[in-house]
Write a protein that binds this ligand. Structure first.
Ligand SMILES: Cc1cc2nc3c(=O)[nH]c(=O)nc-3n(C[C@H](O)[C@H](O)[C@H](O)COP(=O)(O)OP(=O)(O)OC[C@H]3O[C@@H](n4cnc5c(N)ncnc54)[C@H](O)[C@@H]3O)c2cc1C
Length: 505
């Protein structure tokens, strides 16, 4: 007789409750389980692992790359930079799972391949989730929080919400609500021979336009702000969805990308009329279309968290977060996964983090687990000690190959602390915004960043006696940051820290 596994994590008392089983929830569950926090429950309203990737992107291709063959062997830390879609594990068999499922017709996985890799990660990594359990409400009690769910009440000290950002958000345009949102888009063949107006020119708008190219008669993308080609060059969007834009720029063969404020959308018996006013040009447009799709973005399904005091930002679409992804207004409520993008980091020269994609938030989420374990449960992570002559080679190696630094440019940093009594210690990877604001022990942080021209450069931050000095090291045409010149300049930056220690010991 088949044995039926009882569902894990029944309602009751826990130290931490994680909500969600998308990549953010799975990474959080995996990493928290390895911190030593005794009672961690994971719940999700889905029936199986995968989260958003169980149904999106609607046109079934991701924008983030995975290179099945790379200069480093799969499963190594260095390989992670070549595989932007696998979750990160502590053991070889939990690592680099996405390339195992790719049929190599593209360098970006199909949605189904991504979903399969996430299911495999949960299985191999022993990630247990109480599926079919929906979080419905939240309140405080003396020990922390009480999460009301479809299965009963969960009491916890810490809540980690990995609930994604996929609830439809409509721009306030009169009449737009009559049109379907991205999440309700039909199969592409339903648009055969039709004229389609897409409101929005960001990832989801371009994804739809690209997916409809083989089907639609005419596609128009419209929104007030022009496409920023300089920013786009650094965006994963440029890898996949730009044909509609290049068609438009080269004179148009049925694709148009229009800078216009959409003033209203009228629904008629046989289609729509869109009224728009130019933003980068003078004048008005009235366009007829068979179909309109609102690709105006998403919001987080935060339910009643604002009533608990969780402050929201960005048109109330996301929670306001600290550098360690904690609500700025309700301590003990953390966010993992895609929502980590709400903690913006330093944004030097306008550069954004990769926290909205798996490649960025997998590292944030691992740090979050360590941070929760230390701050709330006193479970200190290991901080290996280093000899003075190991510091420069260690930092240079990190600048050359650390996947955390390369994917989260200017957002995550490697830190070495120098303390008169405790010696030199590798403090691990930390959010750079936290490091520069913290008045801690003397320390050095290194990060990989874009400079003002968009060139990738190594940057060194030295904090000494509460004062912070920042130095950019030279770029390199092959991004090789281990040259003699880099070694020399890095050593010069760090020398005052190491010599001060020597004089104190
Ligand atoms: C159209 C689109 C395309 C994208 N393409 C890519 C891409 O190619 N590559 C990439 O890296 N990123 C991509 N992203 C970003 C993407 O959202 C994330 O990479 C990833 O899916 C987010 O993971 P997550 O775990 O944070 O959220 P999700 O995958 O959205 O998972 C949220 C989880 O929370 C659960 N949940 C929510 N509310 C409740 C509740 N009340 N009770 C219980 N459970 C709940 C859901 O059921 C789900 O399990 C894309 C996003 C969009 C919108």
């Amino acid at each position: 007789m088949e044995r039926v596994e009882p569902r894990p994590f029944p309602p009751g008392d826990y130290d931490v409750v994680v909500v969600g089983s998308g990549p953010g929830g799975l990474q959080a569950a995996y990493s928290l389980a390895r911190t030593g926090i005794p009672r961690v429950a994971v719940i999700s309203r889905d029936p199986a692992p995968g989260g958003m990737f169980r149904r999106f992107p609607v046109f079934q291709r991701l924008i983030s790359w995975t290179k099945p063959d790379a200069p480093f062997e799969r499963g190594t830390r260095e390989y992670e930079w070549y595989d932007h879609n696998s979750l990160v594990g502590d053991e070889r068999e939990h690592q680099a799972l996405t390339p195992e499922f790719m049929d190599r017709t593209f360098d970006v996985p199909a949605r189904s391949e991504m979903e399969a890799a996430l299911v495999e990660f949960a299985a191999r990594g022993g990630v247990r989730v109480r599926y079919g359990c929906e979080w419905l409400s939240t309140r405080r009690d003396e020990a922390g929080f009480v999460l009301g769910t479809s299965d009963g009440e969960y009491r916890c000290r810490i809540g980690v919400f990995a609930i994604g950002v996929t609830e439809p958000w409509f721009a306030p345009i009169p009449g737009l609500e009559a049109a379907p949102h991205y999440v309700a888009t039909n199969a592409p063949d339903r648009y055969q021979g039709k004229s389609v107006f897409i409101v929005g020119k960001r990832n989801s708008g371009f994804e739809l336009a690209q997916g409809l190219l083989p089907w639609a008669r005419r596609i128009v993308l419209g929104s007030p702000r022009p496409v920023d080609t300089a920013t786009l060059a650094f965006s994963p969007l440029s890898i996949r969805y730009l044909s509609p834009y290049t068609e438009h720029v080269r004179g148009g063969t049925g694709s148009h990308v229009v800078d216009a404020a959409i003033e209203r959308v009228e629904r008629h018996a046989d289609g729509y009329r869109i009224h728009a006013r130019g933003t980068t040009w003078e004048g008005e447009l009235a366009l007829d279309a068979d179909e309109v799709i609102a690709a105006t973005g998403f919001r987080a399904p935060v339910r009643d968290l604002p009533n608990l005091g969780v402050a929201l930002v960005n048109d109330n679409r996301m929670p306001a977060l600290s550098p360690y992804w904690e609500s700025v207004s309700v301590p003990g409520i953390y966010f993992a996964g895609n929502l980590m993008q709400a903690s913006p980091g330093l944004r030097k020269h306008g550069a954004t983090s990769s926290s909205s994609s798996v490649v960025g938030f997998r590292y944030n989420t691992r740090l979050l687990a360590q941070h929760i374990a230390e701050k709330h449960f006193g479970l200190e992570r290991e901080r290996p000690s280093l000899d003075g002559d190991e510091v420069i080679p260690h930092l240079l190696a990190e600048l050359a190959h650390a996947p955390e630094l390369w994917t989260q440019k200017g957002y995550l940093a490697r830190v070495v602390g120098v303390d008169g009594t405790d010696g030199i210690r590798d403090q691990g990877i930390v959010p750079l915004a936290d490091f520069v604001d913290r008045d801690g022990v003397d320390a050095c942080a290194v990060a990989v960043e874009y400079d003002v021209d968009g060139t990738v450069v190594p940057v060194v931050y030295v904090r000494r006696g509460g004062r912070l000095v920042e130095t950019s090291l030279p770029p390199h045409p092959m991004h090789s940051f281990g040259t003699d010149e880099h070694r020399r300049q890095l050593a010069a930056c760090v020398a005052p820290l190491l010599s001060r220690r020597a004089s104190r010991v």
